[in-house]
Design a protein around this ligand. Structure first.
Ligand SMILES: Nc1ncnc2c1ncn2[C@@H]1O[C@H](COP(=O)(O)OP(=O)(O)OP(=O)(O)O)[C@@H](O)[C@H]1O
Ligand SMILES: [Mg+2]
Length: 232
C-alpha cells in the first residue's frame, strides 16, 4: 500500500439536494449540501433518526443520484459513467459498509470478503490471504468458514467492514458500522481506521450515533433540518 497524495479530494459534493416525490407532494430530505473530503481525512456524520444520513451516504457512494447538484468521487463524476462503468469504479475506489450489512447468505465470511477482489479480476489465491488477514484483524480469524446466518450481529458487521477494506479503496463510507459492537471491539475498529488513514491515506466517512467515536475521528458534521453543519 502506498501513501496517497494528501491534497487530493476523494469526495467533492457540491450543492446537492435530494427530494422524494410522494404523489403530489415533494419531500425534501436536504438541500444545497456541500462537502469536500481529502485523502487521509476521517469524517463523522451524526444526526437524529430520519435526518437523511443514509440518503447522503448513498449519494456520496454513487448508489443514488442527487435531485440536483454534483458529486465527484476521486475526480470522476460518477453519473457520467455507464451502469457497468459505475459498478467497476465503485469496486476499485470505494468501500461501503451498509447499515444492514448486505452479506451474501450462501457464502462464508471468507468468501464474502474475497468477493470485491475477485470481482475486480484478482485470482482467488491472491484474494484469500488478504481477506484472511483482514478478518483476523477484525477479530474473526476463527470464523472464516461461517456463513452470515451462523454469525452474531456484531460479527456480521465486522465481516462487512473487512469486505469494505479488502480492495484498499481510496474512500470508505460506513453507515453505523459499530452500532452492534461492544466498546472494546469498537475501539479495535477505530484503531484500524486510524492506521489505514495514516499508512495508506484512506479517507473514511462514518455515520454514527456514537459521539465518542465521532469525536475520535476529528471532523464531526451534523445533518439537521436538511443542512449539514460542522459541530463545535
Ligand atoms: N425511497 C424513499 N422514498 C421516500 N422517502 C424516503 C425514501 N428513503 C428514505 N426516505 C425518507 O428520507 C428520510 C431520511 O432517511 P434516511 O434513511 O436517510 O435517514 P437516517 O438519517 O439514515 O436515519 P437512521 O438514523 O434511522 O438510519 C426519512 O424520513 C425517510 O422516510
Ligand atoms: Mg440510516
Amino acid at each position: 500500500m502506498s501513501n496517497r497524495q494528501s491534497t487530493a479530494l476523494v469526495i467533492d459534493c457540491r450543492q446537492v439536494t435530494r427530494t422524494y416525490s410522494e404523489g403530489p407532494e415533494t419531500l425534501t430530505i436536504f438541500s444545497d449540501i456541500s462537502l469536500e473530503v481529502s485523502a487521509g481525512e476521517t469524517v463523522a456524520i451524526v444526526g437524529s433518526s430520519g435526518a437523511g444520513k443514509t440518503t447522503l451516504l448513498n449519494l456520496l457512494g454513487g448508489l443514488d443520484r442527487p435531485s440536483s447538484g454534483h458529486i465527484s468521487i476521486c475526480g470522476q463524476d460518477i453519473h457520467k459513467l455507464s451502469e457497468a462503468g459505475r459498478a467497476r469504479f465503485r469496486n476499485q475506489h470505494l468501500g461501503f459498509v451498509y447499515q444492514f450489512h448486505h452479506l451474501l447468505p450462501e457464502f462464508t465470511a471468507l468468501e464474502n470478503v474475497m468477493l470485491p477482489c475477485v470481482l475486480g479480476g484478482m485470482r482467488p489465491g491472491q484474494a484469500r490471504p488478504k481477506a484472511e488477514a483482514l478478518l483476523t484483524r477484525v477479530g474473526l480469524g476463527e470464523r472464516l468458514r461461517h456463513k452470515p446466518g451462523e454469525l452474531s450481529g456484531g460479527e456480521r458487521q465486522r465481516v462487512a467492514i473487512a469486505r469494505a477494506l479488502v480492495n484498499n479503496p481510496e474512500c470508505v463510507l460506513m453507515d453505523e458500522p459499530t452500532g452492534n459492537l461492544d466498546e472494546q471491539t469498537g475501539e479495535g475498529i477505530r484503531a484500524l481506521i486510524s492506521e489505514l488513514r495514516d499508512t495508506s491515506g484512506t479517507a473514511f466517512i462514518m455515520v454514527t450515533h456514537d459521539m465518542s467515536m465521532a469525536r475520535s475521528l476529528g471532523r464531526v458534521l451534523r445533518l439537521e433540518q436538511g443542512r449539514l453543519v460542522q459541530e463545535a
